[in-house]
Design a protein around this ligand. Structure first.
Ligand SMILES: [Zn+2]
Length: 418
């Protein structure tokens, strides 16, 4: 059943469609297939057109053709808009297609249709969205990427003064990802494959101008030498800060090492108690329920060394409550003094590392940076990776993570329920 609606004027269609500057001059309805087709053209042909190449206004039209795009549905009717598009003769670019606001790319979708898909992708996985809009998942991801690119192009990016550098393990195939983030605006700013100093060199060379590099005043990094070399070279004014998040990762690794050693050393009953307590030992005491604390206490009663390791880890965290260098140094000295006669080699190595990196630890007192940002961004990226496959495109993953950071006004601290 094809046909035109009797009694409905094209002017009404123009109003409902609501594309600024365009009018509907023809329509066709299929009541069986539930489709609506609208033919539109500019309201005034005489108006100057805009060259899509350079953005300048052009008067001369080369030729006119039609493009078909899917638009938002009208009730139950899937709507297709056939648009008259001109090619212009631009003095700069030669023959070029005019710029049409509702046609953002070469794909057969209107801008507001893509916006609707992109918005849906903010709360749902691509597979869900593909069902909702009856599109292939790959098409949904392509639309989402364009939606995010348009968003990124029009936004003013905050200056990078405090940066965080972190690494994320992406799995056997993709290996490591280096994440550079802006600690003031809570967002990742750059992703790079691998985690060597050349990875960070690439960031400084390609993502920042000379002026921008000079404006970076603090960098939170792991005590891993590779990144600091690169920072010293490219941003000489930048202070290296060994932040709590990264140092505590080393402390957790030390606890784990002690646990494993005790697990193998002891047999029988003790082994049963140590078994499966890994993440309990890595959690903070204050986050644990009464039942979990009891489990830990049972373990500590049996194994003094694991208990000691746990206490050492917990007490190290207090280092970052100090605001004065002298006090921080004194606390670190007393913490190291506790290691004597304990024969906890994992912690002795950690202590050596802390002493070697003392200046960067004390920078915590000299330059205030926000805590927990690197951790939160890290958690968001991992959540994104868990939720959807298809992030082999790092640019897409970055934009997605940035969008999350900007739309979520407040970060939820990632803590595991006890
Ligand atoms: Zn042009």
């Amino acid at each position: 059943m094809f046909g035109r609606l009797v009694g409905v004027r094209d002017a009404d269609f123009t109003k409902i469609l609501g594309w600024p500057g365009y009018r509907v001059y023809e329509h066709e309805i299929d009541e069986v297939a539930r489709t609506l087709r609208l033919w539109v053209r500019r309201k005034r042909r005489t108006r100057r057109l805009i060259c899509s190449g350079c953005g300048r206004r052009v008067r001369e039209v080369h030729d006119i053709s039609e493009r078909e795009v899917r638009d938002l549905p009208w009730g139950e009717y899937r709507t297709t808009v056939v648009v008259e598009v001109c090619r212009v003769r631009c003095p700069n670019c030669g023959v070029k297609v005019e710029r049409v606001a509702q046609l953002p790319s070469k794909a057969p979708f209107s801008k507001r249709f893509e916006d609707a898909v992109g918005l849906a992708c903010e709360s749902g996985a691509a597979r869900q969205v593909s069902r909702q809009f009856d599109l292939a998942p790959t098409t949904v991801r392509a639309i989402d990427l364009r939606y995010l690119e348009r968003w990124a192009a029009q936004r003013r990016r905050p200056a990078l003064k405090h940066m965080g550098v972190d690494e994320i393990w992406l799995g056997k195939r993709m290996k490591f990802l280096t994440v550079v983030s802006n600690l003031e605006s809570n967002e990742p700013v750059w992703f790079g494959r691998d985690r060597t100093h050349t990875t960070l060199d690439t960031f400084f060379r390609e993502a920042l101008s000379r002026g921008q590099r000079r404006r970076v005043v603090a960098a939170c990094v792991d005590m891993w030498q590779a990144f600091t070399t690169s920072i010293h070279e490219w941003a000489p004014r930048c202070r290296i800060i060994y932040d709590k998040f990264h140092v505590m990762q080393h402390a957790n690794a030390a606890v784990d090492e002690v646990r494993r050693a005790e697990f193998f050393r002891k047999g029988g009953l003790a082994r049963q108690v140590v078994k499966g307590k890994r993440w309990l030992l890595l959690s903070r005491w204050v986050h644990l329920s009464a039942a979990k604390r009891q489990q830990l206490n049972a373990l500590f009663a049996l194994n003094r060394r694991v208990f000691k390791a746990y206490l050492l880890k917990e007490s190290l965290e207090r280092l970052w409550t100090y605001r004065y260098e002298g006090a921080m140094v004194r606390y670190l000295q007393s913490w190291i003094a506790q290691l004597r006669w304990q024969r906890l080699s994992a912690f002795e190595r950690l202590a050596d590392m802390l002493v070697d990196h003392l200046d960067g630890l004390l920078n915590h007192c000299r330059t205030r940076v926000r805590f927990g940002v690197v951790e939160a961004i890290n958690g968001n990226i991992k959540a994104l990776l868990r939720r959807g496959r298809g992030y082999t495109n790092l640019r897409y993953l970055l934009l997605k993570a940035q969008r999350i950071a900007v739309t979520q006004t407040e970060f939820i601290a990632i803590t595991r329920a006890a």
